[in-house]
Design a protein around this ligand. Structure first.
Ligand SMILES: Nc1ncnc2c1ncn2[C@@H]1O[C@H](COP(=O)(O)OP(=O)(O)O)[C@@H](O)[C@H]1O
Ligand SMILES: [Mg+2]
Length: 425
């Protein structure tokens, strides 16, 4: 069915919509089986996830005439518009009434779900019963809709549309990039991971913003770096001016942040090559801050790697400056959290530490668990210190690259890793 080709990803939802469109298009075949036809479909989800697009594809595939209703008038007049839309659809039946952004119908009176607009929609649906009028609606927030409106017989089908994930998100990013002048190798996976949970509309905005950053610098193509800068700008409010070269010869807050992040990134790359998607250090308020995004490799069976990567930042400043990092609290929380899950959950340190219900455990057993967790974190800390020390040139090169560029993309890190491997060989 061609109409649905415009929807990228969302395979399962698409297949449900294809069946509904088929029931609308080939009603007789279903009637011959004695089937009651679906009466209505509500698509709901965050703004920009593609509800209106999916509704339009369904309408197109059904081949029926459509009567659309969107809130454009003040409340009193709008009730008349709703009735009028249903009347026209009834006369043209078989047909579709399309109520786009239905949760906005009663904007003037958000607290009451029994307001006139919904009562009208409900009455109109009931009146068109048996007249071959299919009611298709979209909404961002179903909490604003009365339960009675969503009961079966009115909207038989209710489908939630979530923000795209994984391969879907990558494919949507590829689609938006295909219309832009982009360097050959876009890091779709890294971009999709950074934009996890974002709607399609937000993905489009980021890609476009990347183009604006590139254009303002009069650059020939959009690069991965532009896209990452756009993500961080839209997501974290970090403006492109916040990335600045940092002098590593001088010990400063900035250089410490650089080494800290280089410690995380180096540990992650050594333990799981290709896992670091992004490392960044930038000015924030009066100081500097940074982060590393690494992808979790589902094939990586070494559950301890995550703890080592968390502790890599603290190990780095210890190796470089012989000092405890004051900014490692979040890392320690994460490392201890992981160590707890490993110790009590999957009994990594032995079955004796299994904690089915913590509140029932004896003081003695709890102390045993705490001691085991601390020992585990301590030993992983020693391991990551050793790892970074053994690969000091790679660690230093990582720090220098972060200091020079502010942002390292997955591609930048791959180049560093390969240069290091070549030198080692
Ligand atoms: N799965 C998708 N494939 C391709 N484009 C999409 C997809 N989902 C959304 N879009 C695009 O994103 C934008 C916002 O979608 P829209 O349907 O208006 O969202 P909603 O109605 O949920 O607010 C539109 O330009 C739309 O074409
Ligand atoms: Mg919409």
């Amino acid at each position: 069915m061609k109409a649905f080709d415009r929807i990228i990803g969302y395979r399962e939802i698409k297949s449900q919509l294809i069946v509904i469109a088929d029931t609308l298009k080939n009603r007789e075949a279903y009637r011959a089986l004695g089937v009651d036809m679906p009466r209505g479909l509500l698509l709901y989800g965050e703004p920009g996830v593609g509800k209106s697009l999916m509704a339009k594809c369904l309408i197109e595939a059904s081949g029926l005439s459509v009567f659309t209703c969107r809130k454009t008038e003040p409340n009193g007049e709008f009730v008349k518009t709703i009735k009028n839309t249903f009347d026209r659809a009834s006369q043209a039946a078989p047909s579709i009434v399309f109520l786009d952004d239905m949760d906005k119908f009663a904007n003037g009176d958000q607290r009451r779900r029994d307001c006139e607009e919904y009562v009208t929609v409900q009455a109109c649906i009931d009146e068109t019963k048996g007249r071959d009028v299919f009611v298709l609606a979209t909404a961002n927030d179903t909490d604003k809709l009365p339960d009675s409106l969503m009961r079966a017989g009115r909207f038989d089908r209710v489908i939630e549309i979530e923000a795209p994930e994984g391969k879907d998100a990558e494919d949507i990013i590829k689609h938006y990039l295909s219309r832009k002048k982009m360097v050959s190798q876009a890091e779709h996976t890294a971009i999709a991971a950074m934009l996890k949970g974002k709607s399609c509309a937000a993905l489009e905005t980021v890609i476009n913003e990347a183009g604006i950053i590139a254009g303002y610098r009069r650059e020939e193509c959009i690069t991965n770096r532009h896209i990452i800068e756009a993500c961080l700008q839209i997501d974290g409010g970090i403006t492109p001016g916040a990335y600045m070269p940092i002098d590593l010869e001088r010990k400063s807050l900035a250089s410490r942040v650089v080494y800290h992040e280089a410690g995380h990134a180096t540990a992650a790359e050594l333990l799981s090559p290709g896992s670091v998607l992004l490392a960044a250090v930038y000015r924030s308020g009066d100081g500097f801050t940074g982060f590393v995004r690494a992808k979790h490799d589902p094939n990586d069976c070494d559950a301890l790697n995550g703890i080592m990567v968390d502790l890599g930042g603290r190990a780095a400043t210890m190796i470089k400056y012989g000092e405890v990092d004051l900014g490692c609290l979040d890392d320690l929380c994460s490392a201890f959290g992981q160590a707890h899950r490993l110790t009590e959950g999957i009994c990594y340190m032995g079955l004796a530490f299994f904690a089915y219900d913590r509140s029932e455990l004896s003081q003695e057993k709890l102390s045993g668990i705490e001691a085991a967790v601390t020992a585990l974190v301590e030993s992983e800390y020693q391991k990551v210190q050793k790892l970074l020390t053994e690969h000091r040139p790679f660690f230093e090169a990582m720090a220098q690259a972060i200091a020079d560029k502010g942002i390292l993309t997955a591609e930048d890190i791959r180049v560093l890793r390969e240069e290091y491997a070549a030198k080692e060989a």
